[in-house]
Structures are given as C-alpha cells and as structure tokens.
Design a protein around this ligand. Structure first.
Ligand SMILES: Nc1ncnc2c1ncn2[C@@H]1O[C@H](COP(=O)(O)OP(=O)(O)O)[C@@H](O)[C@H]1O
Ligand SMILES: [Mg+2]
Length: 313
C-alpha cells in the first residue's frame, strides 16, 4: 500500500541533546499508528517536527506526505497543509486555545480558514462537532471562553477544532489524558469512526498501552529518541521482542490487581539522550552485555515486526 506519510531518519536536537535520533516510519491512509513510550522519549517532539512547529530544531530527515516533503515546504505551503490536511490535538489543551476568544468562534474560524463556507454554515458545523465530541448543551458552550470550561471540556473543544476540516492525517498527542475513562472511550471511538468513514490516518501518541491496544493497527515503541520496536498491534502484545517493550507490558496494570498493589516497574529512567553510542536502553536492560555497546539496527524479527535489539529473535 502507498503510504500517506513516510518519515525517514527524522532528527531533532535541542542544543546538544538529540530528542529524536533517526526515526523512520510510515502511515497508510486510514491507518492508526500508535506511538508509545515513557514521558520524555520524544513522542511530542516527533509530532511537532512533522507540523513544523519546532523552529529550526529539526536537524535532518524527510517526511513525505502525499509526495511532498513537509520538512522542505515553504511557509505558505505548510500553512495550507496545517489544519486542513494535517491536524494536531495538542497534549496541553490549556495552551492551545486562545484565552480571549469564545471557543465556538475558535472552531468556526478553524473551519473558515480552510473552507469557503458562510459563517452560518461554519457555526452549524461547529455545533454538530461539539455534539459529536460529547459536549453537553453545545449551544451554550459555543459561547464560553476557555477559562469557563474544565480541562476535559477544553480537550474536547480541541478535538472538535482538529477534526473540523476532515484532515487526512491527525496527530493526536495524548488526546484523552485529561478526560475521565468514559469520555476517553467515547472520544477514541469517535476518532475511530471518523477514520473508518473518511480514511483519515491517525498517529496516536500515548504513554498508555491500553489506549493503543484498543485503537492502533500498528504500534511504534520509542525509547530515548529512537524507535526500538514496531509491529502490528496484536503481534506486539502477543510477542514483544524488545526488552523495553516487555518491561512496558509488564508495567501495565492488570485487571486482577487492586489499586493498592504496586505495579512492576522498569528500574531506572529514560537516559538523557546525549549522543551516547550503543543501545540507549542498555543501562536499564536485564539482557545487556558487551554487544550492546554497538547500536542495534531496527531489524525484522517476524513479518512486519521490527526490533532494535541484539538479543531479540
Ligand atoms: N522545547 C524544548 N527545548 C528543549 N528540550 C525539549 C523541548 N521540548 C522537548 N524537549 C526535550 O526533548 C525530549 C523529548 O521530549 P518530548 O518529545 O516532549 O517527550 P514525550 O512527548 O515523549 O514525553 C525530552 O528530554 C525533553 O526534555
Ligand atoms: Mg509528550
């Protein structure tokens, strides 16, 4: 299948620190790719780089979207892509909404910025979107300012704004973190419905493996700026090949564990991603040995299943 997005060797550096260090993946039309990993591994940075919102921190790579390299587009062309063809739900809804503009107007503006429709049509569309994302009394909420809404409600407004123009690719960065479990399920179902109906591709960024299990077709696991494993979702959960993924799966709370039980954890924390050579997970890895001083390539361990570990397979 032809990819809608093909990211190759993406590199982002904040000063000396490589936040994203040679990331490559593809997303097909209609596909949901889960991007998972602990906080600080470079998930948001990857998405922001694709949206060209990092102002010069991108140091290499390409990101072909429908044939055009997003990283090489001029600003006007990128403005045309952003919002209309690629939309993003930001991790922090508090900073993404304008505090002094009514939320309904913000969604209406998002629609009219990219579609030649009347104010009345845009407003009707916004109302419909508010209903779809589960906002009660949407007529009333359209007139609210962000500070009058809860964090979860702001998140839903953001989701409405993101899907307003029927983008072909949605970058959803922890889209449901601020929401309670019921609403979370509703929103994920909504995204899935839209994806199925319109062929919208989704990059679903989350630290929550439960979310990708229900939503993603494929999963890419990131660690310290690199993808360490990538596989169809069922294969990843059934046969995780990288010790880091195995650790993450071990750290998922099971239904038979009470809230008071301690969760198994991976000892240590994400290493500061300063150009260390070799496998970055090695300091925390139960299987590490001398061979891990050389960087393991992301290599096939099964059909469609890649892992970057000398000891997998
Ligand atoms: N604007 C920035 N300036 C400097 N460092 C940053 C900036 N944004 C992110 N980082 C660093 O880049 C790394 C990856 O961050 P991020 O992409 O936010 O991780 P994630 O989304 O996976 O939690 C972290 O070490 C973080 O501290
Ligand atoms: Mg993040």
């Amino acid at each position: 299948m032809t990819a809608l997005l093909e990211v190759r060797d993406l590199r982002v550096a904040f000063g000396a620190a490589a936040a994203v260090d040679g990331v490559s993946f593809t997303v097909a039309p209609g596909e949901t790719l889960g991007l998972v990993g602990e906080s600080g591994c470079g998930k948001s940075t990857t998405a922001l780089a694709l949206m060209r919102l990092l102002h010069g921190a991108v140091t290499g790579g390409s990101a072909h979207f429908d044939g055009r390299d997003l990283l090489a587009l001029d600003r006007p062309a990128m403005r045309g892509v952003r919002g209309a063809e690629i939309a993003m739900i930001f991790q922090d809804p508090g900073t993404a909404l304008h505090p002094l503009i009514r939320v309904g107007e913000q969604v209406t503006e998002a629609i009219r910025a990219h579609q030649a429709v009347s104010a009345a049509v845009a407003r009707a569309r916004a109302l419909d979107l508010f209903r779809q994302v589960g906002i009660a009394t949407p007529e009333l909420r359209l007139r609210a300012y962000p500070h009058q809404l809860s964090g979860g409600m702001c998140q839903r407004v953001m989701i409405a704004a993101a899907i307003a123009c029927s983008p072909r690719l949605l970058l959803a960065d922890e889209p449901t973190t601020a929401l309670d479990v019921t609403v979370q399920a509703q929103i994920l179902e909504l995204l899935q419905t839209i994806s199925r109906a319109t062929g919208m591709a989704v990059i679903l960024i989350t630290h929550d493996l439960g979310v990708v299990a229900g939503m993603a077709d494929r999963v890419a696991v990131m660690y310290a700026g690199r993808i360490v494993e990538m596989a169809p979702t069922a294969a990843l959960f059934a046969a995780p090949a990288h010790p880091y993924t195995r650790g993450l799966l071990g750290a998922v709370p099971r239904l038979d564990q009470g809230w008071d039980d301690e969760l198994p954890i991976i000892p240590g924390s994400v290493a500061t991603a300063i150009a260390a050579s070799g496998c970055r997970f090695a300091p925390r890895c139960p299987r590490a040995d001398r061979s891990c001083r050389a960087t393991p390539p992301l290599a096939p361990v099964a059909e469609g299943h890649l892992a970057a570990c000398w000891h997998s397979g």
